[in-house]
Design a protein around this ligand. Structure first.
Ligand code: CP
Ligand code: NVA
Length: 307
């Protein structure tokens, strides 16, 4: 079945075989790029990239990805466009769809990206919303396959603040057959709604999904430990939250409680000595820069199939 024309806003909209197609295409395009084989399959195609928030990886990987595929990407910010002067998401989506072949957006409220998908007539890619970060998790799953051979049956433990990244892990990794544990302090666990949706996926795919409030218990038997910032973009900082999350820091002692060959992941940007120590981030278990690289390849796989 073709994925052409499909938006990628929420991984739970996809079946396992569809995510498999994206991952396989990402691996294939990565091999082609490494061998220097031409793969300009999107000549003349354009991507509009709307950024309501800052970005290094997402912006550069999408833009370079489009160039490598023979297409072109436009970087749009509210301050330089009519979005900043109040033109609606719906009108913007309809206009951009007349010029471009795909729209990528990094937004605050998740309804902004679903709005683009509703009113746009071209596929829309969620480049991070407050709720979800699907492209990140596609790159992460490529990275896990490279380092651990497969996804099914692997235990991934996300430790820290429950956020857009952990929400997408609960969806994508579950769909692909991984056992998911979220280790978060009380008050910072996943929302009821996200948990309910992920639990349904976990039943459908026969995996385990648990939320625990103790980091040492969480990482027992982990094949993958994953963490992210205490404070996501747009969130207010508080000492209370910082204190609660410091107890979940990914440091050498915590990594020592997982499997000997555990890999440590972080979507980046990292806040060294907060959610993880430099010793771990620069140490032998860390694959964080492979993850960052795979944003490029995974997203090329997605664009190649939906555009
Ligand atoms: N991981 C990630 O999305 O990074 P950026 O915020 O730099 O895009
Ligand atoms: N959870 C983080 C991810 C950044 C890539 C944020 O939303 O800021």
């Amino acid at each position: 079945m073709s994925l052409r024309g499909k938006s990628i806003v929420d991984l739970s909209d996809f079946e396992r075989f569809e995510l498999r197609q994206f991952l396989d295409t990402g691996h294939d395009l990565k091999r082609k790029q490494k061998r220097g084989e031409p793969h300009e399959i999107l000549k003349g195609k354009s991507m509009a990239m709307i950024f309501m928030k800052s970005s290094t990886r997402t912006r550069v990987s999408f833009e370079v990805g489009m160039t490598q595929l023979g297409g072109h990407a436009l970087y749009l910010q509210p301050s330089g466009t009519q979005l900043g002067r109040g033109e609606t998401i719906g009108d913007t989506a309809q206009v951009l769809s007349r010029y471009c072949d795909v729209i990528m957006a990094r937004v605050f409220g998740h309804d902004e990206v679903t709005g683009l998908a509703k009113y746009g007539t071209v596929p829309v890619i969620n480049g991070l919303s407050d709720l979800l970060h699907p492209c990140q998790i596609m790159a992460d799953m490529m990275t896990i396959e490279e380092h651990r051979g497969n996804l099914e049956g692997q235990k991934i433990v996300y430790v820290g603040d429950s956020n857009n990244v952990s929400n997408s892990i609960m969806q994508g990794c579950t769909i692909m057959g991984m056992d998911v544990t979220i280790g978060s302090p009380k008050g910072y666990t996943p929302s009821e709604e996200i948990l309910k949706k992920a639990t349904q996926l976990s039943k459908k795919y026969g995996t385990t999904l648990e939320v625990v409030n103790n980091p040492d218990d969480a990482v027992k038997g982990a094949d993958v430990i994953y963490t992210d910032t205490f404070f996501s973009m747009g969130q207010e900082k508080s000492k209370e939250k910082e204190d609660a999350l410091m107890a979940f820091q990914v440091n050498k002692a915590l990594v020592g409680k997982a499997k000997d060959d555990v890999i440590v992941m972080h979507c980046l940007p990292a806040h060294r000595e907060e959610e993880l120590t430099s010793e771990v981030m620069d140490g032998p278990h860390s694959v964080v820069f492979d993850q960052a690289e795979n944003r490029l390849h995974a997203q090329k796989g997605i664009i190649a199939l939906i555009v």
